[in-house]
Design a protein around this ligand. Structure first.
Ligand SMILES: [Fe+2]
Ligand SMILES: [Fe+2]
Length: 479
């Protein structure tokens, strides 16, 4: 039977059945409406007379050079607000009257933000020491104040409206800690690790890595779409006026932080040519975890949909945001070296859907979700991702064929040749290396839950063929 070859997606298509793993479809017409529901809502609901903030966003979308550190600092002086001055009395009444599902869903979502704000408030200190210019350090000091203010705001909401904790930040954090997702924990562990390293290594390269992780991944890709989502439905439904006011202020603060991060990353790149390589490496490392950060408990999509959006809308927004910020920083996604887990040839919507599809099929994630059966469609998706993960800089000057001989699934192979890789089902007659492994174990390797070396040591992964190709594999798949 001839199966669809995904890398030729423009001609062969569609791979039916992928719907089961989300709405990701490999169809030529799969470029879903360019304006996401989320984006539309957000554009329609900027009611804050925030012309200044719109201008900032426009400038940042164009280029980081057009804004100065002094200007960003000045915006901070003009943007003061008081987390302790917000009136939550109406919120308290409305919260008690919300249906249980909406309370559960909102509490889950707000808990991710609360913990995120608490962590970023402390993780910012080494940036201040490492930033080369006074103007950068002063802005970073203002940002640290902002992050603390954001955490205080969430703590007040958790304590005064939800009734969590005894009034201390620690107790509210402890009460909401069980709601954090695996993807959240892994992503913020990584942030802690990178900022911890920055305490010892204050080089421009280390600073660029930290800025990319903090300002572009955590703030721009993961947090900003969530803020827009929350703001949009609260405005639309005229709910939780105190919380809404705080979220509006937080979103404006974050916009300034992200603008600073983009500018700093741009400026560091001017002085340190290794920045694109460093951030591409980091993206390869962190994306498999970050993709699952916003997966609701038990994959209950109602946690998002009850507020009028889909997970795909929010993931699309994240993908679009990262693309824009990288472009503004002078390092467009498509120019980053090596394989990019956020394929630039896909639209932001498709990138978001792809990440969700991988998570929904149990490929990405903590391993507790049952892995979906190895249908031809899922195998096509899996091998398309493997094809995209090949680093052609490590490829030798001749073709290399890698064969997977699964014990419990159809065989597939990758053909690496002349700067491109093709993924095809079936057995290749000219395989340089054949890997005998179970489908389930290989899915764990892709999801970073299993180490291929350990699988080999325990006999669960058996390579056959060229030893040189086996050694080469580690360089072909750098992440
Ligand atoms: Fe914040
Ligand atoms: Fe921030």
């Amino acid at each position: 039977m001839s199966l669809p070859v995904v890398e030729r997606r423009k001609e062969l298509i569609p791979v039916k059945g992928l719907k089961r793993y989300g709405t990701y479809k490999l169809a030529p017409s799969g470029r879903v409406a360019s304006q996401s529901a989320l984006g539309q809502h957000h554009i329609n609901t900027i009611p804050y007379g925030a012309a200044d903030s719109v201008r900032l966003r426009t400038v940042m979308a164009a280029h980081a050079q057009q804004i100065s550190y002094e200007d960003l600092y000045e915006r901070w002086e003009h943007g003061h607000w008081r987390a302790t001055g917000i009136d939550f009395s109406v919120d308290k009444e409305q919260w008690a009257a919300l249906p249980q599902l909406e309370r559960d869903a909102a509490l889950w979502n707000y808990s991710l933000f609360f913990h995120g704000e608490d962590i970023v408030a402390t993780d910012l200190a080494p940036f201040i020491d490492a930033a080369p210019l006074e103007e950068q350090r002063y802005f970073l000091a203002t940002q640290q104040v902002d992050e603390a203010r954001h955490a205080v705001f969430f703590k007040r909401f958790m304590h005064e409206v939800v009734g969590n904790g005894d009034g201390s930040i620690r107790s509210s954090l402890a009460a909401t800690e069980p709601l954090l997702t695996w993807g959240f924990r892994k992503t913020f562990e990584k942030l802690d690790e990178i900022t911890g390293r920055l305490r010892k290594d204050r080089s421009k390269l280390a600073l660029a890595r930290a800025v990319f992780m903090y300002h572009l991944i955590v703030e721009a890709t993961l947090a900003q779409p969530g803020q827009h989502f929350i703001e949009s439905y609260l405005v639309e439904r005229d709910l939780l006026p105190g919380f809404r006011e705080g979220m509006r202020n937080i979103a404006l603060d974050e916009q300034r932080h992200i603008a600073f991060g983009v500018k700093l990353l741009h400026d560091l790149h001017q002085q340190e040519p290794r920045v694109p390589e460093a951030i591409a490496d980091l993206m390869r490392e962190v994306m498999p975890y970050s993709v699952t950060l916003f997966i609701p408990p038990n994959w209950d999509r109602r946690y998002v949909e009850t507020f009028g959006f889909t997970l795909e809308d929010i993931y699309e927004e994240g993908a679009r945001s990262l693309e824009q910020k990288l472009r503004a920083a002078g390092m467009p996604l498509e120019t980053l070296p090596g394989p990019i887990p956020f394929p630039p040839d896909l639209s932001p919507r498709e990138r978001g859907e792809l990440g969700l599809a991988m998570a929904e099929a149990g490929i990405l994630g903590d391993g507790t979700r049952p892995v979906a059966p190895s249908t031809p469609e899922l195998m096509a998706l899996l091998f398309d991702q493997m094809r995209r993960a090949v680093d052609h800089r490590a490829a030798p000057g001749h073709p290399v064929v890698l064969q997977w001989d699964f014990k419990d699934a159809e065989p597939w192979h990758l053909r690496v040749d002349n700067g491109a890789t093709r993924a095809e089902p079936g057995v290749a007659a000219d395989a340089d290396l054949t890997l005998k492994v179970s489908y389930r174990d290989w899915v764990d390797v892709i999801g970073r839950r299993a180490d291929p070396l350990r699988l080999m040591a325990t006999g669960r992964l058996r390579p056959k063929g060229s030893l040189r190709t086996l050694v080469l594999m580690r360089r072909l798949f750098p992440s």
